[in-house]
Structures are given as C-alpha cells and as structure tokens.
Design a protein around this ligand. Structure first.
Ligand code: SF4
Length: 388
C-alpha cells in the first residue's frame, strides 16, 4: 500500500498542467482533429463544475492517502456522501484480495516507438501482481452522461499506460464511478493485441490532429468543453445556422426524417449560447463594457436555515407537528448518508463487519418497502441513441 503525503499530492493536482493529448481530451480530438491547433495557445478556463470536480478528486486522494487529514473541509453533506460512496467502493476492492498496492494520482506515460505519445494521471490504480492484473478507477462527479468504460477512449488510454508501465500486468479492469448517479461502468482490457491497438489508435489520432490542415468538425460532444469555441468559425456557423428556422411546413413523416439534423444543430446551438453568455458575463465582471448589456444583482432567495426555530414560530401560530412536517421536504440522499453512518457505527460497536455499501442497500430497500420513500416515474426524456 502506498502512503504518500496527501498534502503534496493535492498541491501537485492543483498545479498540474495537462498534456495537450491527455487521455481526457482524446475523444474530442478524435471527433474534431482541428481542435488541437485552435486551442493549443488558449488559456485553460475552469467552470464551476470543474472547480467542484477538482476539489472532490483532491478529497478522494486525501481520504485514501491520509484518512485523518481534513479531507472534508469546506465540503457540504452532499459532497461528503459522494466521497463516502467512492471510498467504500475502493475499500471493498482492496479488501477483496491481499498483496495489492495502490497508487493515487500517479502520472503515467504512454510510449510509441521510443517517443512519449501522451501522459495521464489515473485517479487511482491498484496492482495485483500475483494475478497479473490491475484496476484503474476514474471518478466522474458530475451529472452528465459519459461514454461507458468499454467505449471510453480515456479509460482505454489509462489502461494501456498501466499495462505498458508494469510488464507483469496482462489485464486491466477499468472502472468508471459516477456517484451522483449511483452509476458504475466496467470493462476489462486484456491481451497484448488489445493494448497495441489502443496505442495505434491514439497514435493515429495525434497524427491527424498534428497535420496543418486538420479539419474542424463541430458537434455537441467535442464542442461542449472546447475553449476555442468562440474563435471557431465552423462551430459558430453550425450553431447559429438559420436553416432550421426556414424549414417549409412538412408532413410529419418528412419532419421526422429532418429531425436528426435539426436536433444535432439544436444541441450545438445550446452549447454555443451558453458559451456566449458565460463569456459575456466574465467580460463584464472583468470591467469590459458590452454596449446595451450589464449585470443585474441576483435575486435573494429565501432558504430555511433553522428548522427547529421555524417550527417553534409555526407552533406558536397553532400549527401541529403533522401540518408542519407536511410542508417540509427531505433531502433523501443526505438522509440516507446519515442513516448509513449510524448503521455502520452500530454494527461496529456490536463487533460486526458492515460496509457502507451494504448498509446503503439495506437502508434503501427498507425505506422503499416501508413506504417512507416512493420511486416517482419522471417524464420521458428525449435522448440521442448511441451508435454502435
Ligand atoms: S469549437 Fe468544436 S469544431 Fe471548433 S475547434 Fe472546438 S471542437 Fe472543433
């Protein structure tokens, strides 16, 4: 087991500069090879989600390297429960075998013909040399849909890095954890041929992107986090195309056929609109003048702060406890996290072994079976199907 200094790891994470072909960028560069040269000299920008993601990754690193550190400083209950989910998942893997070693936020390289193709930093990888196997885990703390592990180029690249770094490893289990969605996707990369194919594919992506005439190909997936979007004529033209507004009235069947193109344009347009608004907001905040536009202070929203105090005010007015409870809402995730803590602590004091995951399963079932919690069917969502 590695025992590196948690503080040093977190500092290194904050200072980290990313390789231009880092594993997390590969899919976007494959979809739009021209993105590499357009964005090469543009500064990185971190949105709120990225800032939260970095903080949560740092918390996970601290928990694994030094559980007594102040890993939860500044985190809210929801964020702490995300860390709990990931930490208990990792603990279960580590408990499942002996002689494993694990590495947190360790930088690895991928080589081809003696040259460095790319560098990347798995959130965590675990080596089980006895079984010639490694496990790579990547936490995705957002809400967004992600490519599953089997088709995820970032995970393939990280798996190939581990395989190349440790000659004894013949198979790499790649796991994507999405604690907010209670999601997990897993795939095993195995055999020299598979890893050599991954390296070859990455080599071709980099070659295509490095060509002077690398094309820029807009699309929601690749444009979404592209920091060059407003400098990209192709994305702006595709996103703001007025074709969709000039469609003649059509029978439904023709309209259905036109929909795939329209929906793709709408998705890109939404990404572009958000980018334009975000940049305008940033410019005005930084003192630039945008004629006709300005910032208005956000509305003040009332938020319940002290539920006991609120109840005492309401009870003075004659509200019964039942009436008061009926107008309160419960944060199910936080309630469950609290219950899980209690169950694990109670089991421990009774000399029993219970993981957080086991506790969460039992509690979740109990809450539903008792009728305390119901599963509500939400409205169908329009989604783009994955192409095989
Ligand atoms: S905005 Fe889209 S099309 Fe333009 S370079 Fe970036 S990813 Fe490519």
């Amino acid at each position: 087991m590695e025992n590196k200094n948690a503080k040093a790891v977190v500092e290194a994470m904050n200072d980290r500069s990313h390789h231009p072909f880092s594993p997390s960028q590969l899919e976007a560069i494959e979809l739009c090879p021209g993105r590499f040269s357009l964005c090469r000299d543009l500064p990185e920008r971190a949105g709120d989600a990225a800032v939260e993601g970095t903080r949560l990754h740092a918390a996970m690193a601290m928990v694994l390297l030094d559980p007594n550190s102040a890993w939860d400083e500044g985190l809210n209950q929801d964020q702490k429960s995300l860390i709990d989910i990931c930490e208990s998942f990792v603990a279960e893997i580590l408990r499942s075998g002996s002689g494993m070693s694990y590495y947190v936020e360790e930088k690895l390289r991928l080589m081809q013909d003696g040259a460095v193709l790319t560098e990347g930093t798995p959130d965590l990888y675990i080596l089980d040399e006895e079984h010639r196997e490694a496990t790579v885990i990547d936490y995705k703390f957002g809400w967004g849909e992600i490519e599953d592990a089997a088709n995820n180029l970032q995970m393939a690249a990280l798996a190939a890095m581990v395989w190349q770094t440790y000659p004894s490893v013949v198979r790499v289990r790649s796991i994507l954890l999405q604690p907010r969605l209670h999601g997990k996707s897993e795939h095993i990369f195995e055999g020299e041929g598979v890893f050599l194919n991954i390296i070859g594919q990455i080599g071709k992506i980099i070659d295509r992107a490095s060509a002077p005439d690398a094309p820029r190909i807009p699309g929601k997936k690749q444009c979404r986090y592209c920091r060059g979007m407003l400098q990209c004529p192709e994305a702006v033209a595709a996103g703001l195309s007025t074709n969709m507004l000039t469609l003649p009235p059509k029978p439904s069947c023709d309209l259905a056929l036109a929909m795939p193109d329209l929906l793709d344009r709408v998705e890109l347009c939404e990404v572009l609109c958000k980018e334009i608004r975000d940049r305008a907001h940033q410019l005005i905040s930084n003192g630039y003048v945008i004629p006709g536009w300005g910032l208005r202070p956000g509305n003040k929203v009332r938020k319940g702060q002290d539920i006991n105090l609120l109840y005492s005010i309401m009870s003075e007015l004659g509200c019964t406890p039942e009436e008061f409870v009926n107008v309160c809402s419960v944060k199910i995730g936080e309630c469950e996290a609290m219950g899980v803590e209690k169950m694990v602590a109670r089991a421990k004091s009774a000399g029993q072994d219970m993981t957080k995951r086991q506790a969460a399963e039992i509690l979740s079932q109990r809450m539903i079976e008792s009728g305390a919690v119901v599963l509500e069917q939400q409205k169908d969502r329009l989604v783009k199907k994955k192409t095989q």
